[in-house]
Write a protein of this length. Sequence first.
Length: 472
Amino acid sequence: MGDLWRDAERIADAGERAYEQSGSAWEAIAAGLWEGARIVGEELGDGGHEGSTARPARPERRGEGSIESPGDISSTSEVVISRTFMMDQARLNFENPEDLRRWQDDIGEFEARARRDRLSPLEVASTYHELGALLAPREGAVIDQDRREQLAREVLHQAAFPYGIDQGRHNTCAVSALESRLYARNPQAAAATIRELATSSTGEFTTTDGRRLRVEPASLAPDAEAARQPRPDGERTYASQVLQLAMVNAHWSEQSSHGVGASRTTGPFTYRQQHNVSDGDSGERLIDGSGRVVAAAPDIRAQDLPGIYRQFSTEQAPPFVIVHRSRLSPTADGQPREGIVVVDSEEDLRRAVSDLQDRHNMPPVVQVDPERPPWSNSSGRLAAAGAGSTGRAPLGEYAQAAAATSDNPDNHLPIQPGPRLIPVDREHNSHVVNIVTMTTDPATRRVTTHVSNTWGDRSDIDVDLPTLYRSM
């Protein structure tokens, strides 16, 4: 009886904490059910942890060994309870039967993918919990109910298909590739950031180190691409717009300056997404502390990605960003940044990827030159998938990176359809891709990588290792 009372107290405490934080009875009930699932998991030995809190906003960081072989994820107690509660909320929300059918299909795909990629049952259950909270009614949320439902559908789909994430007509290849890795390994973290940001009243979210940051609410309105449903291949989803805004702002919130020489500006910096997205303007603006637009791009380098990942992921991952030494920008002490794998040769690249596979630390992010094969064609760039007959090319990282002057002192800048662009050459031609797998033909010893690119499904290709290395 003593254990029963202890368990009841844990469930009651979990619900009370959730209600105090959110003021939502739904959240209180969900937290109580979640804690009950964890208690059952402890008793059955299938993944619960004694003394854990009910759905902490940011779980403790996990080591690289946290990716495990979970067996039949779908039947574990925490997954069953979280999935059931999430489905009940989805049935209340989705008026279109087709939305509910796709939702159920994506649940099946996500759980199958989780088994293949050795995600834990707790990771899956936590993702479902965040999605249920995102769907729940919330007065005063910065993103309205209809758009939160869109976000939930897209988050679940991207958790099921993490390598389908695209940058669209935006200069966000770096954070798009990082987003794919986050969804592939730690989808709960992606869902938690989007849920927290979308249900807040002011566009706030919390990084893993406890910092409270804010995205300008106007930037959270879906831009021209994000508003389209269904999304054409190659374009960016609304869920990606929201998470990428959080990622870029988290990075620039820690930077004190931008640029060099006379063009050097000081923070605090904010990154915003305006609603006009066209062939000539992605709608992106990086703004300095005086309100001046300093770049029409996020201006994120490959070497910045490990630091950004640590601010969102709950796993403590070994280095996973692969950069050729010729592109390296060392720190003040002459060393590469933490989290970077530096390669000098094709063999270095093979060993690096092989080590990542052996340690279950896939997918890495690899910096490449978009003007070299296989990323370029005779016109210099692969056509954007989904562009139809227009043949438009994706903007690509730094294709529109620029310093754009503005005399407007108001931080809420008007749409600027034609900013004066000043080319930036911080990393020359730069793009990043994810390596999903690497295989060796036993007969020919030919090494092939399957690469996910953020330019649409047609640009996800098999690349032999020598070609990949030459493109770095």
